[in-house]
Design a protein. Structure first.
Length: 95
């Protein structure tokens, strides 16, 4: 199996934007099949979770009032994005 590129994620996505997490700890991410390092992520905090929950609750009102045909268009776009990255996702899931 090909080697995965090491990654470093230092932001979290919510409310339609990337935000720096307020945690101060870096966490190592390892390939569970080999134990080899895949990268690191910056830990979030309870404040980050709270901000994401508030953003999700805020978005729900508009989403729930969006016509189903429009929501279906967004979901088809999401599915297309998953298909476009299918090989990356398969590689990650098969580890």
């Amino acid at each position: 199996m090909e080697a995965m590129q090491l990654v470093r994620l230092e932001s979290v996505f919510y409310g339609g934007e990337w935000h720096p997490p307020s945690g101060q700890i870096d966490l190592s991410v390892a390939d569970p099949s080999t134990g080899d390092p895949l990268g690191t992520i910056r830990a979030g905090s309870a404040g980050d979770v709270n901000a994401a929950a508030i953003a999700a609750a805020s978005a729900f009102t508009a989403w729930s009032q969006t016509r189903s045909a429009i929501r279906a268009t967004y979901l088809r776009g999401f599915a297309a994005g998953l298909r476009a990255r299918s090989q990356d996702l398969i590689t990650l899931m098969m580890r």
